[in-house]
Ligand binder design. Sequence first.
Ligand SMILES: Cc1cc2nc3c(=O)[nH]c(=O)nc-3n(C[C@H](O)[C@H](O)[C@H](O)COP(=O)(O)O)c2cc1C
Length: 203
Amino acid sequence: MTTKPPHIGILVGSTREGRFADRPVNWIHGIASKRKDITVEMIDLRHYPLPFFNEAMSPAWAPPKDPIAQRWAAKLATLDGLIVTAAEYNHGYSAVLKNALDYAYKEFARKPIGFVGYGGVGAARAIEQLRLVAIELQMAPVRNAVHIGLVEFLGIWQQGKTFDDYPHLDQAATGLLDDIAWWSRVLKVAREVDASRSASNAA
Ligand SMILES: Cc1cc2nc3c(=O)[nH]c(=O)nc-3n(C[C@H](O)[C@H](O)[C@H](O)COP(=O)(O)O)c2cc1C
């Protein structure tokens, strides 16, 4: 059965010019890449400039025709889980992130997802909504998240502070990564069992 550690995508959930997202994504990537129980890869939605969803059918029923969407789905298929940086826009999550989530389906299924949010209340409202969306994509949203609240957000963005000035964020990152590592390991094995059963039924 499985030998390689689960491979986790760290997705930058904002694409706008001047985004804050680069700070948290680099920070969580730095911490996650030191771990032995997962491997990580940064994935930037700027490299997947998807049109507004315009397919004839949901990707749950038919693969997208758009070539960027096909590339996006192929990348997702290589992952065993996702960590997403979540900006909060008007108490929700970014439209670009929702569009990307709508453009794939089976590539998300039965994999864990966790969040690093930032904003007035650490993007808590956006993350709660993302958890609901993730369930419909058949993902397993994990409990622990990183919430970079207003003080830390402004400190890092405008006052020359760094993540090292806020050790509680490191603790939160460990909780998130422990959850992602556990769920991705367990679900990877379960998906592999399913795949080998399907293969032997087909033979
Ligand atoms: C349209 C818009 C709506 C926003 N609404 C919220 C909000 O509801 N809550 C919040 O904490 N921050 C809000 N903000 C501030 C964002 O948290 C801040 O701009 C952050 O840098 C956005 O992430 P990004 O720079 O990675 O895109 C809003 C920003 C924009 C542009």
